[in-house]
Write a protein that binds this ligand. Structure first.
Ligand SMILES: *Cc1c(COP(=O)(O)O)cnc(C)c1O
Length: 412
């Protein structure tokens, strides 16, 4: 059984002050998890997590992570502004973008961010747009399929990102000519992977590539960026990735490959998003309608504008009917939002306790790629965001959108 990080009593108090729907984040959980990640990689002197800002782009959340020692992984102009806003600048920013416009490179350079180039042609593009920095990273795409224990995890050969292996060699040589002194390499080969084998396997690929590149080009490789991709258990039967074990396995690979290659000073960087925030956010809604036709439907006061993952990917998000945790799951429902799109369903054929109008419905694991993916289809306005602080207080960290926000871009 999946247990929410708030109790029904707490939530009833919160709802007295803040109307549903809202995303609620758990400061305590965020901090504990960030510390567990840091501990897992404490064997590496330069270790740093660059939080993927796109997952939860709220300055209050970003500040908590910054306090826990994280940098920011940005991939757009506004994400760079968010990072700047919380005082995170210079090499505490990783700029991992693709199809990047010149003005974004200019902003990244101005802030002193570490730039992670997505393509060999971006070398020239960056040189023209903003000049080449002394430290730079290149994103590697090994092509083919990426599998763990014979099961295919993802398909890098179909992905738009990164340099080919040959392009890495050429790119490093060219960048050295242009004055680069310190290099990093990055790869993101699979997303939402629960297996403890993902990072160690990815690390082995990158470590081997780093050792080869050092030999071929003489480049000084100062960091390896393992990027994001560690998954979270969205389903109650899944188990959490064991971050301590992942850290130990990456260390083993580091000792086997990097140390003999003379790369023992290299730092390990990560750009986790989902793993850092996913479980520490939930979407709280009220059941406002009940409908019985060929199937049984419960209509919520939130919709895909607040959480798009189910509509977009058919993603599973666990649901708790608050206060009815101990009742039998003997009703089969589709739990829907109000968009004029039949895919606006948070759950399909879900077995739940009997729901009554007015029940508080908690949708789990919306802390990453939840609010941030929201949109304004059907003129729907996005919900507010609340932070449950460590001392139990609740703070609004983003108000709900208003009609004025929606109309702000119109020229009448
Ligand atoms: C989205 C993204 C991440 C974070 O991915 P998660 O699956 O949330 O861990 C990290 N790096 C880059 C470049 C990304 O695009």
């Amino acid at each position: 059984m999946k247990k929410p990080f708030v109790t029904h009593e707490q939530l009833k108090e919160i709802v007295k002050r803040y109307e549903t729907p809202f995303h609620l984040y758990d400061e305590k959980g965020i901090r504990e998890n960030a510390r567990a990640l840091r501990d897992a990689f404490s064997w590496n002197k330069g270790f740093k997590e660059y939080f993927a800002v796109k997952a939860t782009p709220n300055p209050s959340i970003l500040s908590i992570l910054k306090e826990e020692g994280c940098g920011m992984d940005c991939s757009s102009y506004t994400e760079l502004l968010l990072s700047d806003m919380i005082g995170c600048r210079g090499e505490d920013i990783m700029f991992s973008s693709n199809a990047t416009p010149a003005y974004e490179y200019m902003k990244a350079r101005k802030l002193g961010a570490i730039i992670n180039l997505d393509d060999i042609t971006h070398i020239e593009y960056l040189e023209k747009a903003a000049g080449i920095p002394e430290k730079i990273c290149c994103r590697f795409n090994p092509g083919g399929v990426f599998s763990i224990s014979n099961s295919i995890m993802d398909n890098p050969g179909e992905a738009k990102y990164g340099f080919t292996r040959q392009q890495l060699t050429e790119g490093f040589l060219r960048l050295a000519e242009l004055g680069v002194k310190a290099f990093g390499i990055h790869a993101f080969l699979a997303s939402n992977v629960l297996s403890n084998e993902y990072y160690p396997l990815l690390a082995r690929t990158l470590f081997t590539t780093a050792a080869e590149l050092k030999k071929e080009t003489g480049a000084d490789i100062t960091f390896i960026n393992l990027s994001g991709g560690i998954g979270i258990p969205y389903r109650p039967e899944e188990t959490k990735a064991d971050i301590a074990k992942i850290g130990r396995e990456v260390e083993k690979a580091f000792n086997e490959i990097m140390v003999p290659a003379g790369l023992s000073d290299a730092a390990i960087f990560t750009e986790l998003g989902r793993f850092m925030l996913g479980p520490y956010g939930c979407l709280v809604s009220t059941a406002i309608h009940e409908k019985h036709i060929y199937k049984d439907y419960i209509g919520l006061d939130s919709c895909a504008a607040d959480l798009m993952r189910p509509a977009m990917y058919g993603a599973y998000h666990h649901i708790t009917v608050m206060g009815k945790e101990n009742r039998p799951n003997d009703c089969k429902y589709d739990i829907t939002g109000s968009l004029c799109e039949n895919n606006d369903k948070f759950a399909v054929d879900r077995m739940l306790p009997k729901i009554d109008k007015g029940d508080l419905i908690l949708i789990h694991d919306t802390g990453a790629h939840g609010y941030s993916m929201g949109y304004n289809y059907n003129g729907k306005l996005r919900s507010k965001e609340l932070l449950l602080k460590e001392n139990g207080d609740v703070k609004m960290i983003r108000r709900a959108e208003t009609v004025e926000d929606y109309f702000a871009t119109l020229k009448l």
